[in-house]
Design a protein. Structure first.
Length: 262
């Protein structure tokens, strides 16, 4: 099935192409990758409240025309009990936030609007853009939050429960291998020019919005991990042998002016 015009749900359900999340899982735990991408076992969803909040933030900022029809607000205090069960059942195809989450989300959206670097970065962008590409025989896919083809860059909108300051977000980048994602997205979207990669970070803890650019060193680290995953996947498919592998590499960064490198 072509993924270019697919929904977000269909994109994530697809197993014909490997995403950056798939490659990162392969580097972390080959057995888990094998179960999910080879055996097609369903993915265990963790921390759905945080995922729902992040999805709602994406809609509110990137696709506000879809927000009202996609979000339902639960007025109760707890996600449990008969009232919650009925509400959740009636709106199982919607993203459910409680009143406190909605208030925090709307506040963060206003904070984003006051961050001129973030707003400027998203101007003239194409949102929720999907692209596939075969590299070294491996079919890959990416779905970017925003892409500016004229200026040549990709933007990833991140919500976090930690601080948005540079040192804290760098730890998040290192622990979640955002360098691999940044390199893979930039490579797949790049055509005649090399694309840059930016993060817009919305913090739920300090209620702040920051913009960071992936540094050259971060992209080089991402490239190393990307091709390590590609070679591992090719070898495992060829031999049929799957083992656990843990990758732990340090990254270095430099600082810019208004938009810092990460």
């Amino acid at each position: 099935m072509p993924l270019s015009n697919s929904s977000n749900q269909d994109y994530h359900a697809d197993r014909n192409y490997i995403s950056s999340s798939g490659l990162k899982l392969l580097l972390k735990d080959q057995q888990a990758f094998y179960k999910r991408y080879i055996l097609n076992e369903p993915e265990e969803i963790k921390n759905s409240a945080a995922l729902n909040f992040g999805t709602a933030a994406h809609l509110a900022i990137l696709e506000p025309h879809l927000y009202a029809e996609s979000i339902k607000i639960f007025k109760g205090l707890r996600r449990s009990g008969a009232v919650w069960d009925i509400f959740a059942s009636d709106h199982r195809d919607k993203i459910i936030l409680n009143s406190a989450e909605e208030e925090k989300l709307l506040t963060l959206v206003e904070i984003y609007k006051q961050c001129s670097a973030a707003v400027e970065l998203l101007k003239d962008c194409e949102f929720e853009s999907t692209k596939t590409k075969t590299i070294d025989g491996i079919a890959l896919k990416v779905r970017a939050d925003a892409v500016n083809h004229k200026a040549g860059y990709v933007v990833d909108l991140k919500t976090t429960g930690f601080s948005a300051d540079r040192s804290t977000f760098k730890l998040t980048c290192d622990s979640l291998c955002y360098d691999l994602s940044a390199y893979m997205y930039a490579k797949i979207f790049s055509s005649t020019i090399d694309y840059d990669f930016y993060f817009i970070v919305l913090s739920k803890s300090d209620m702040n919005c920051k913009v960071y650019k992936a540094s050259k060193s971060m992209m080089l680290e991402g490239k190393t991990k990307f091709y390590s995953a590609i070679e591992t996947l090719k070898n495992n498919k060829l031999t049929g042998i799957w083992e656990n592998v843990i990758i732990n590499e340090e990254t270095t960064t430099t600082i810019n002016n208004e938009i810092e490198d990460i």
